[in-house]
Design a protein around this ligand. Structure first.
Ligand code: BG6
Ligand code: MG
Length: 221
């Protein structure tokens, strides 16, 4: 029986992809590196250091580990400053309603994000209150597609993977949920999250009603 939900943050609760894009673009421009929305798409769900390595490889650039860390920190400073503009109006449509309903119905809820800035994002949205457990980029060392962040969330909620549904918008995130033995809801196009147990185009369609219908006998009512 499903007792809990674990949510990815970026692309599920709020759309930070644009802010990440602007910050990586600024860094890339300063470095004389090529970076566009297509490359940005490959960073979805991927940790900060893995992201900068993808951009570096895309540009065939030779950069020392130390310099890479410095550049990632610069990008993060730009990104974190841009989060100041985020408000409770910035939930993806449907996300706040779903989190509110899960609370009312007594489900346990965890965050399972790769971002080390999760607490700040949740604070800006006023969403911290919806979560029993916050698993973020500081909670585990192996990032998605490893299942560690979701296993951490389930363990903290005192639930087994098969009692939880994971919401994910990234290919690597759905891979992580499946590797951990979780049920998964994919948010986005078929070519990205078509391997999830159930897929919706956007969060607006991924209501509790629809998810209960899709997973049928896994719910009490
Ligand atoms: C993920 C995003 O949630 O967090 C990625 O989808 C991002 O794009 C990753 O790189 C790490 O985020 P942060 O905030 O720790 O740099
Ligand atoms: Mg995401």
């Amino acid at each position: 029986m499903i007792k809990g939900f674990i949510f990815d943050l970026d692309g599920v609760i709020t759309d930070t992809a644009e802010l990440h894009f602007q910050a990586w673009k600024k860094l890339s421009d300063d470095m004389g590196w090529q970076f566009d929305r297509e490359v940005n798409e490959r960073l979805r769900g991927v940790s900060r250091m893995d992201s900068i390595n993808i951009i570096r490889e895309h540009n065939n650039a030779e950069v020392s580990e130390e310099k890479l860390l410095e550049l990632a920190t610069l990008k993060n400073d730009i990104y974190v400053a841009s989060l100041d503009q985020m408000t409770p109006d910035d939930y993806l449509p449907g996300a706040q309603e779903l989190l509110t309903l899960l609370r009312q119905e007594g489900f346990l809820v965890a965050l399972g994000s790769a971002s080390k800035n999760s607490n700040k994002v949740l604070k800006q949205l006023g969403a911290t209150k919806f979560f029993d457990v916050i698993g973020d980029g500081n909670s585990v060392s192996k990032s998605k597609p490893a299942p560690d962040i979701f296993l951490f969330g389930a363990e903290q909620l005192k639930l087994k993977p098969e009692q939880c549904i994971v919401y994910e918008d990234a290919e690597a995130g759905v891979d992580a949920a499946k590797a951990g033995g979780f049920y998964s809801v994919g948010i986005g196009p078929e070519e990205r999250v078509g391997h999830a147990d159930v897929r919706f185009e956007t969060m607006k369609e991924a209501t509790l009603f629809e998810v209960k219908s899709a997973f049928g006998e896994l719910f009490d009512n």
